[in-house]
Write a protein that binds this ligand. Structure first.
Ligand code: NAG
Ligand code: NAG
Ligand code: NAG
Ligand code: NAG
Length: 754
């Protein structure tokens, strides 16, 4: 061995690669925690309960190790001589073993690794509570838009701390199902499985129970989990959606091993005095043991519950109690408590820090001495964030942290656990491998295949189809710097709107606050807001357009931009035109002529006549008149001035009008990112598919002034950006010819002649 000392040895580890070091660190810390808190044997439970001090020591130790490693990393960057990659790998393998054997202070815990090699002293000591890579099951009832947002924050807090693969079981209505399934598919977090169960099918199980709680019928569905979840699922952690984790969920999962013989339900005591029945005069709560239990966090031993006939049990209890109580006040919680009062042996009481309940009249502060002891915080919405508690500031920060935490960071691999990659991630991997890293336009091409995390219908959305089957949705995309346009657009367009918003997690929260503070927006329910989370370096304009287009719920769509205001009355006018021009049975793209103003304060023209006179005095121009006339010239503004009936125009190179089409129109080509050619390519494809371009004589929209977007400046200043755009255009032309044959050659020719 040519490493003279342990310190030097560690230095070597560091100098090989920092990544390996982190891995190693993870192993040690992981084992410390696994060893001390997760591998508690059932026999040692009682002794090991008060371990807050150990936890602090552990945190301290962890911090020390991290600092130590930062030091080593610093030395590394100064050290000369860089090991080759191949050597790295060999060293890392050796050190892995070496450090696992060598760390004297960790030795005892190492021995308790689940691998279980070596002699088994007593079954008791060595039985692991949560195996490395053991799959942990979590169930959650989620319905509606608001709750779906809450679930994301809960899931983030779980993912942030977790070290095990997870399987989420969501009982959802249709709304939450759509939102969460697309979110998880696009999130692509490794080692996560997600299953959905239809809440509507479970409704009949609980609909007969009168309930006064705000959670409504969905709150009661936790009672049906033995039936709703797969029959081979033996245990599950059940969580309310207004929960935030401050620790690894595996610690909670480990408690299942502490259940005594008859115990089947793990719960924390209700921290309010509700069930004591002394809150007000004649206050008569449901029967409960003492203060009762809170069902925000439940450990359900499903197999045991099925064995003892849980379904019968809770039904009988509910029927009996309802004879005198008439309805539940706290939904499932009342019934759980009544059953437990009847069968106290069922319950395994969890330490209160597993469900620190924030609401009025609670004793949550008595539950813990140090904030660092907290493991799970339960907000008890709708009072959320407005409770009185001496640590409420800390709680709020914890919550806000996860609310705004970049979900992309949670895509990291679970170290050391084999995982089944999703079909989505395999496809991405394959696509990435096909790219040539030396290609000058690699960044552009990579951007095209990137999978962005999406959260559909971020806010409450309601839409009822119209009878005439001619309804039209305004489709647009934006980033946070255009939010101020939304109110005006809503004032000009009363019909449905589908918007894709390109934002970070933090910006999405800013956006939410913005909408809730706006009288115009908060009362508008027919706007679908779809968040596409930021990633990469370009604005993925066509991906956004497609996202908004796909989630329009009307047969027709108006493909607009967010910095335009439609004329007043455009919505009813379009619906009328759609019928008159028989859009249902013909391939047409109705052109809405575009104008622009350079004035921030414009008195918006109320009619075509008013618009024409404003054009004449130079208050308005035809769109891009000064910089890019070609974009809209084929609209033929001269003809439009006097037109009273719709007229057909021919496609020309670089034409990019705003059009109304059937929803089954071709999508935008996602290779065009950032600025340039994103609409032009779409209109070209419409033309290739032989859409008639028909200009509407009494429609108009006006572009409002704003600072130039970031991507335009990049385009103007970068020659490689322009070069790549040309490359992408050429490739688009080739694809067009492949798809539409020789007729598509005209686009190439037209392009050359410019
Ligand atoms: C790494 O180890 C393998 C086998 O353990 C050996 O064949 C290979 O030569 C080693 N590479 C280096 C660079 O030491
Ligand atoms: C360990 O336990 C298993 C089963 O409990 C037993 O078969 C085996 O002989 C034990 N090994 C030692 C080394 O005691
Ligand atoms: C969702 O949240 C908004 C804003 O907080 C609220 O106005 C609305 O009533 C909530 N919707 C439901 C169904 O709870
Ligand atoms: C306990 O009872 C209260 C009633 O004051 C109820 O609002 C709450 O959901 C229950 N659990 C708590 C305080 O977490």
């Amino acid at each position: 061995m040519h490493f003279p000392s342990y310190g030097k040895l560690k230095f070597f580890v560091a100098s090989v690669t920092f990544v390996v070091l982190l891995t190693w660190l993870f192993l040690i810390v992981g084992n410390l925690e696994n060893g001390r808190s997760l591998l508690l044997s059932p026999c040692l439970v009682e002794q090991s309960m008060p371990r807050y001090l150990e936890r602090d020591t552990l945190e301290l130790r962890m911090r020390e190790v991290v600092e130590e490693n930062q030091q080593l990393h610093l030395q590394l960057s100064q050290a000369q001589g860089v090991a080759t990659k191949a050597q790295d790998r060999n060293y890392s393998n050796q050190q892995w073993v070496a450090s696992a054997d060598a760390g004297p202070e960790d030795g005892e815990n190492m021995a308790e690794e689940p691998s279980n090699q070596g002699g088994n002293h007593s079954d008791c000591v060595h039985r692991p509570m949560v195996e490395k890579c053991e799959l942990i099951h979590v169930a959650c009832v989620c319905a509606g838009h608001n709750t779906s947002r809450d679930v994301v924050t809960l899931v983030k807090s779980i993912l942030f701390h977790r070290r095990n693969p997870l399987h989420f079981h969501f009982i959802t209505d249709m709304v939450a199902h759509q939102i969460l399934s697309s979110l998880f598919r696009s999130w692509m977090v490794p080692s996560i499985e997600v299953s959905f169960y239809d809440a509507d099918e479970l409704k009949s199980e609980v609909a007969w129970i009168p309930n006064k709680h705000y959670s409504g019928i969905y709150g009661l569905m936790k009672l049906t989990l033995t039936k709703a979840l797969p029959s081979d699922l033996t245990k599950v952690i059940v969580l309310d959606t207004d929960i935030t984790f401050a620790t690894d969920i595996a610690e909670l999962w480990a408690i299942f091993w502490r259940f005594a013989d008859k115990q089947a339900i793990g719960l924390v005591e209700n921290q309010s005095d509700w069930y004591l029945g002394n809150l007000w005069k004649n206050h008569k709560p449901w029967p409960a043991l003492g203060r009762g239990f809170n069902t925000g966090v439940i450990l359900l031993l499903l197999e045991q519950l099925r064995r003892i006939g849980w379904e019968q049990m809770w039904r009988l209890t509910a029927e009996r109690e309802l004879m005198s109580m008439l309805s539940t006040s706290l939904a499932d919680q009342d019934i759980f408590n009544a059953v437990i009062k009847q069968n106290p042996a069922l319950v395994h009481q969890l330490p209160c820090f597993w469900n620190v309940q924030l609401s009025d009249h609670t004793r949550s502060e008595q539950c813990y001495t140090e904030v660092s002891d907290l493991k799970v915080i339960h907000w008890n919405s709708p009072k959320k964030l407005r409770v009185k508690n001496k640590h409420v500031e800390f709680f709020r920060n914890l919550y806000l942290t996860f609310l705004e935490y970049d979900g992309n960071l949670l895509r990291r691999e679970l170290f050391g656990c084999p995982s089944q990659p999703s079909s989505e991630s395999i496809r991405l991997q394959d696509a990435l491998e096909e790219l040539d890293e030396d290609d000058q336009c690699y960044d552009f091409r990579r951007e095209r295949i990137m999978v962005h995390r999406i959260h559909l219908y971020f806010l409450q959305y309601e839409y009822a189809p119209t009878e005439d089957d001619a309804d039209v949705t305004l489709v647009a995309q934006l980033s946070i710097d255009r939010l101020q346009m939304l109110e005006a657009i809503c004032n000009h367009w009363e019909g449905p709107i589908s918007l894709a918003l390109y934002m970070s997690d933090a910006e999405a929260q800013q956006f939410l606050r913005y909408v809730l503070a706006s009288e115009v927006l908060k009362n508008r329910k027919n706007v679908g807001y779809h968040i596409v989370y930021k990633e990469g370096q370009f604005y993925p304009v066509n991906l956004l357009r497609n996202m908004a287009l796909r989630h329009a719920n009307t047969p027709y769509i108006f493909l607009a931009d967010v910095d335009f205001l439609p004329m007043y009355g455009l919505y009813p006018y379009l619906r009328k035109s759609i019928v008159q021009l028989d859009m249902a049975h013909s391939k047409k793209a109705l052109v809405v002529p575009a104008f622009e103003t350079l004035r921030y304060r414009l008195s918006f023209p109320k009619s075509k006549a008013e618009l024409l006179s404003m054009l004449d005095v130079g208050t308005l121009y035809t769109f891009r008149y000064h910089v890019w006339t070609k974009g809209h010239a084929p609209t033929n503004y001269a003809k439009w001035r006097t037109a009273t009936t719709p007229y057909k125009v021919e496609w020309e190179a670089d034409f990019e009008p705003y059009v109304v089409v059937r929803r089954d129109c071709p999508e935008y080509d996602q290779r065009f990112v950032g600025f340039g050619w994103n609409k032009v390519s779409h209109i070209m494809e419409l033309d290739a598919q032989e859409y008639d371009l028909v200009v509407l004589p009494n429609a108009f929209m006006i572009h409002m002034p704003h600072a130039p977007s970031f991507d335009i400046s990049k385009f103007r200043s970068s020659s490689s950006y322009r070069y790549c755009l040309t490359m992408l255009k050429d490739e688009f032309h080739q694809d067009l010819s492949r798809k539409y044959g020789s007729s598509a050659l005209k686009y190439l020719t037209a392009e050359r002649n410019i």
